[in-house]
Design a protein around this ligand. Sequence first.
Ligand code: SF4
Length: 384
Amino acid sequence: MSTEGPPRSLYVHFPFCAHRCHYCDFSVQRASDPPVSRWLAAIEVELAWWFERNGWDPGDTLDTIFVGGGTPSLMGPAGMEGLASRISAWFRIDPAHTEWTAEANPASFDAHLGSSWRATGVNRLSLGVQALDDAVLTWLGRLHDRRRAAEAVTEAMDAGFERVSVDLIFGLPPEVKRDLGAEVEAAAALDVSHLSLYGLTVEPRTPLAEWIRLGRVGAPDEERYADEYRLLSRDLRAAGYEQYEVSNFARPGAQCRHNWSYWNRTSYLALGPSAHGFLPPIRSWNVFRWDRYERALQTGRGPLEGWERVGPEEEELERIWLGLRTNRGLTPDFVRKVSSDGLRLDDWADAGWLEERNGRWMATIEGWLRLDAIAAELAGAERA
Ligand code: SF4
């Protein structure tokens, strides 16, 4: 595998949750007392594997770290300290420069964990709130209620996190009644610096997919999805958040730099089971299941399940797709080039899906709702 050099962004997957949510198909193993030491040992081996395989020199400063899951808050204070020491053997973490995000569930986060993570160097917290209505949280099977979610935000801020992000889910099945406007108002009142939206998707092989197949739960419908997306976008903008990407909102200066590394197609290293990394032009993904991932590293086989080389055509499509996801959009030169390949950007502008703003082409809210269709057409034009 050839790469351009050591990445400056790092994703680390923590694959344990206290229970498995019925809609989730992530690489997660149920564990109330996760094997943190074994996970750290595997991460240590994987870091060494990447550096040795690529001949990288240690010591470069990381721009961003993102610890996701799973439920990283179950690793406790010592788990994050252990992770910091493993990472620091290969990279420099600069408290003044490195954006270091960790995900947490309100049910397993508290003031002590917040202070300890902050002291370790974590400076951005992403809380899996999902909803601010107890009936909705019960339907989702989450382990916290609305009050606990709000307490976790306050505890994070009191612990010194200036940058707190909250996740919200939408597009639930029809029987889940919801006053989403009131929930957005409650979310805005938390006064966090960042919010991320997640539209529910029914993944095969989840309990939710089975319930829908058996008729116990109605399938989420597209109209509700679109209506709720429009409402969230409108109300969060009205509350002073900038929608800088199809699913992300931030106060000025609070955009997630780690996510921009994905959207800008810069290189990032990804550690842990199922983690996907990008060392241009190679995209790779790790062994999905925790037990198999751990065994692969213990036996010297390495973490990878697969990899692919991104060719020039795929790269161009990715650039269109990723550009339209964000409020940076596409430059006129780039649009002229891809339009001459037969794309219908003018038609999409006429339909109200794209607009030209500040000299760049960007998706509108209606365009963001149709990104999948637009991407499918882009792929078709590329093949024609
Ligand atoms: S807490 Fe998150 S990662 Fe864990 S099972 Fe639920 S949705 Fe999946």
